[in-house]
Structure formats: structure tokens, C-alpha cells
Design a binder for this molecule. Structure first.
Ligand SMILES: [Zn+2]
Length: 408
């Protein structure tokens, strides 16, 4: 399997700093991907995401499949054209949402029948239809359709589920290889081949990968032996990158970490590794240190809408009365436009008054904090100083539990 979509540029212990090459530009890794479920990072316009330095964002296939529909988005130029975003996008397969949001699902070998959480209409997603939906959406990185094993679950059931995910992964790959040319920007990449043969270099697409990248997903519940076996089977099928799925589903943080540590040695060293649905600011640093290259989580954006702000001093709840007259910025060490302009007192007022600007400004700050944390991770890996950053974030995570409350 080709690995030219990923280049490792520096290592520090198990951590790696590298570059994921996509059809819509390079992504510096380790990377945190903001979640834009419905083709929008709630409350933040695309130009602000660009200004924050977002190189890749995530959108959810399940939600877009139900509304406005993947055919509609294809006709409007795929997600890039539809939402006017020229940088990279990753879509999940819809598997996780089908298992967490929809009612009355029936899981069979063929696929999953489920009722929409919006209107109760009956739908069907399978490895083939989920891959077709993601080709229509046209994200740069797309995911194999997997069954997210519920937690807790018995070993026998986790094994059956993991084995079905492996069979589904093969079907996803087969469908993808037969239909990859149907991506909405496919004609652009064939143009690329014409111009590059003459040596011209005037298209952004020329610098990256000209195809979508389909990643496999490791499952196996909370059982290290199943995680290892799932990794082996998924790698045997062969993908340009691998995700670790089915974690952060209610288990303890130490168990999440244990499963990640059980999986990583069985994934190829030179290919990107994506840990799905993780985590807090200190967790994303910890996982980057273990050798994870890509992460996504709703935490910074969802917490922001609940008035919870991440800072270099830990987490704070902006509604707290002690901020009512506080003229200082959210985080004196943050360089974001919110911290440069607005006081804690003003942000507290907006949040207490239920003003929509509260969610906008809080989200911009939290994303800036996460992206800046990852920038520091990449820098620390390149300088081989990651240990120092790790001890810094560990000490702040001890503070943070006393300052806020969990949004979950
Ligand atoms: Zn800020």
C-alpha cells in the first residue's frame, strides 16, 4: 500500500511530526481536527477557521446523508464547493452515529437499517453505501464503515463485532477502488495529470495527493487481544492510514490509553494513525506523545457553547460570578482575536444574557487554544523537548478540575 500521502519529518520518543498530503493541501501533524458535523463548525465562519490556521476539519456523513443529502452536496461541488472550504476535509463513515444516535437499528452482515433521529424515516447504510456517500461528499480523507461496539460488552460479542468490521473494511476498500473516480473533484485531478506532464505548476491540487484517502478502522472493544487482532487484520487489507475507533465511549481515561497503547505497536510506523473522538487538551498532548498523528473531538466547540473555556491555567467556567468585573482576557498567554480584544467580564455578560455572540467568541478561543497546543506539540517534537510540554500540561490538568465543570 502506498505511503506517499504521509511524510515523517521529526521524531521525539514515540511521537512524530509529519505532513499528511491531501488533494486540498498538506496538513501538518500531529493535528487536531475541529468538528464541523453539518458542514459547519458551529458558530464559526470558514474565513475565521482559515485565520485560526485550521488545515483540516471533520464533517459527519450520517448527518449530511440525512440532511441535505449526499446527492445534493455532490451536485453543489462536494463538501469543498458546498461549504466554500478549499482546505482538507475528513468525513467519518456514519457508523458511529448510526450506533449512537439512531433508533430501531437492525445490524446484519449486509449493513445497518436505522430510523433517522430527525423524522423517523427508514434508511440503510452498508460498507458500499457509506463509501458511496463519502465519495459523493468528496472529503480528502474518508473512513471505512465500521461497527462501533457498545461499552461495556462481553469478549465474545466484541470479537464478533470486530470480525464483522474487518469483513466490512474489505468491502469498503473494494467499493472504493471501483468507484474512486466518481469524486466530485475527480475531473480536476485528471486535469492535474495533463498539466504536470508539461511541467506546469499552477494548481493547488498538484502539490498534494490527487485521490481521496480511505482509512481503515481498528475496533475490538476494551480487549487488548482483540485490538491487536483487529489491527493485524486491517493492516493486512491495506489502507493508506489507520484509525483507532470505538474509544471514548464511556470507559475510564486510563482504559482508553491502555487500548491505544495495545494497538499502536501493531500499526505501520510510516503511516498516519488517527485516534477518533479524543480528547481534552492534556489528552491530545499525551496521545501525540504516544505516536498518534490525528485527533478530533467535539469537546472544545461543545464546551465553548456551555461557557467552558480552556486556558494555559486550566479550564474556567465563564459564568462564574468572580469574572463579572474582570477586565483581563480569557487567557493572558493566548494570542487569539478574542483574547486580544474582549474581557472576561464582557464574555461573562454575553454568556449570562444568552447572546449568540457568546458561543461564537468562546468557540473561537477554544479552537485557538487547541490549535495552539498542537502547534506547540509539533514544535516540541522538532526540538526534541516534548517531555517539558507534557509535564506542563499535566500540571494544568490538575488545576482544571477545580475551576470548571464537565460539559458532557
Ligand atoms: Zn484566546
Amino acid at each position: 500500500m502506498s505511503t506517499d500521502c504521509f511524510q515523517i519529518e521529526a521524531r521525539c520518543g514515540s511521537a512524530r511530526a509529519g505532513r499528511l498530503r491531501t488533494a486540498h493541501g498538506d496538513v501538518e501533524t500531529p493535528v487536531f481536527m475541529p468538528v464541523g458535523t453539518l458542514a459547519t463548525v458551529k458558530g464559526v465562519p470558514q474565513e475565521t477557521l482559515e485565520e485560526l490556521g485550521v488545515e483540516i476539519l471533520l464533517a459527519n456523513t450520517y448527518h449530511l446523508f440525512l440532511r441535505p443529502g449526499t446527492d445534493t452536496i455532490r451536485q453543489l461541488g462536494g463538501l469543498h464547493g458546498f461549504m466554500s472550504w478549499e482546505r482538507a476535509i475528513l468525513t467519518d463513515s456514519g457508523g458511529y452515529q448510526v450506533f449512537s444516535l439512531s433508533d430501531l437499528r437492525k445490524v446484519r452482515e449486509e449493513g445497518v437499517e436505522f430510523r433517522s433521529h430527525l423524522d423517523g424515516a427508514l434508511h440503510f447504510l452498508s460498507p458500499e453505501t457509506a463509501t458511496a456517500a463519502q465519495i459523493a461528499l468528496g472529503a480528502d480523507v474518508i473512513m471505512a464503515f465500521d461497527e462501533c461496539t457498545e461499552y461495556p460488552t462481553e469478549h465474545q460479542h466484541a470479537r464478533q463485532s470486530m470480525e464483522m468490521t474487518a469483513r466490512w473494511a474489505e468491502r469498503c476498500k473494494k467499493y472504493f477502488e471501483e468507484h474512486r473516480g466518481e469524486v466530485p473533484w475527480g475531473q480536476v485531478s485528471s486535469f492535474k495529470f495533463q498539466v504536470s506532464s508539461s511541467g506546469a505548476r499552477n494548481s493547488k491540487l498538484e502539490t498534494g495527493n490527487s485521490s481521496q484517502l480511505l482509512f481503515g478502522i481498528v475496533q475490538g472493544g476494551m480487549y487488548a487481544d482483540l485490538r491487536q487482532e483487529s489491527a493485524g487484520r486491517t493492516v493486512e487489507i491495506g489502507f493508506p492510514g489507520y484509525a483507532i475507533g470505538g474509544l471514548s465511549v464511556g470507559e475510564s481515561r486510563s482504559l482508553t490509553r491502555e487500548m491505544v497503547e495495545a494497538t499502536l505497536p501493531h500499526l505501520p510506523q510510516d503511516q498516519p494513525r488517527y485516534l477518533m473522538g479524543v480528547g481534552t487538551p492534556d489528552e491530545i498532548v499525551e496521545y501525540a506523545a504516544l505516536g498518534i498523528d490525528m485527533m478530533d473531538c467535539v469537546l472544545p466547540t461543545r464546551a465553548a457553547r456551555h461557557g467552558l473555556l480552556y486556558t494555559s491555567e486550566g479550564k474556567l467556567a465563564i459564568k462564574n460570578a468572580r469574572f463579572a468585573q474582570d477586565e483581563g482576557p480569557v487567557d493572558p498567554r493566548c494570542g487569539c482575536r478574542v483574547c486580544a480584544r474582549y474581557s472576561r467580564a464582557y464574555l461573562r455578560h454575553l454568556y449570562s444574557s444568552n447572546e449568540s455572540l457568546a458561543a461564537v467568541l468562546n468557540t473561537i478561543h477554544n479552537l485557538a487554544f487547541y490549535l495552539d497546543t498542537m502547534r506547540r506539540v509539533r514544535q516540541s517534537i522538532k526540538l526534541r523537548h516534548l517531555e517539558a510540554l507534557l509535564s506542563e500540561v499535566r500540571s494544568h490538568s490538575l488545576n482544571s478540575s477545580t475551576q470548571g465543570e464537565d460539559p458532557a
